[in-house]
Design a protein around this ligand. Structure first.
Ligand code: ADP
Length: 203
């Protein structure tokens, strides 16, 4: 109702809208604040309220594009190249993750190990205690990464486009071509953000 009045008569002041609805300005204030904050209405001091012309879908899209990797990343679980396949499997269970990132000294990214990488290497009946993950991992520079300032939407696109479950969040290390791992974004991260959006509680 408020949106319709503003659409038809805007720019219109809060008092005028209250008059049309036979309400007091104070009663209306929280509703006007919500409509302005969510982007349906624009407010200009001393002029009044305008209809922004944006649909709910456009506003949701704008909101989603503002979510960043930095605010949603979780803690990465890492191992070393020398870690055995057996120990990597144990770490996955203990830490309850589906992907391990392989790092060298200083936390620099060298590889990624997924569930299926470990399954594949377990199928040949080899001694899992003696095979290091370094020989089965996906190696740099073939690792798809994301950055702290990147949008969560771009990171989600990378997960889908590259058909992987998880991306390491990296920042430039001191040395050449060195990427320091500072977090991870997984399909679960995106699902959580989606649920938050639906519940109206996203950051
Ligand atoms: P799984 O197939 O085990 O469910 P993924 O789909 O994430 O898990 O992994 C598929 C393959 O892609 C694996 O060989 C894994 O090493 C590799 N991989 C996983 N994450 C990445 C990434 N971010 N960049 C490049 N390769 C990856």
């Amino acid at each position: 109702m408020i949106i319709r009045i503003v659409k038809d008569e805007g720019p219109i002041t809060g008092e005028q809208i209250a008059e049309r609805l036979n309400l007091t300005r104070a009663t209306l204030r929280p509703d006007l604040a919500i409509l302005t904050m969510s982007g349906f209405l624009d407010a200009r001091p001393r002029v009044g309220y305008f209809y922004s012309g944006k649909t709910g879908n456009q506003l949701l899209g704008e909101h989603i594009r503002k979510l960043t990797v930095k605010d949603y990343k979780s803690v990465p679980v890492v191992c070393q190249e020398e870690t055995s396949v057996y120990d990597a499997i144990c770490t996955m269970f203990l830490e309850d993750v589906g992907t391990l990132f392989v790092v060298k000294e200083g936390g620099f990214l060298v590889g990624v190990i997924s569930r299926k990488d470990l399954l594949k290497s377990s199928m040949g009946n080899q001694d899992l205690q003696t095979i290091p993950v370094g020989v089965i991992m996906t190696r740099m520079p073939n690792i798809v990464t994301c950055r702290l300032q990147e949008s969560l939407l771009d990171a989600a696109g990378k997960l889908i486009y590259n058909q992987v479950d998880s991306l390491p969040v990296v920042k430039e290390g001191s040395g050449r071509d060195q990427l320091e791992i500072v977090g991870r974004i997984t399909k679960t991260t995106i699902t959580k953000a989606f649920v938050e959006l639906g519940e109206g509680s996203s950051v």
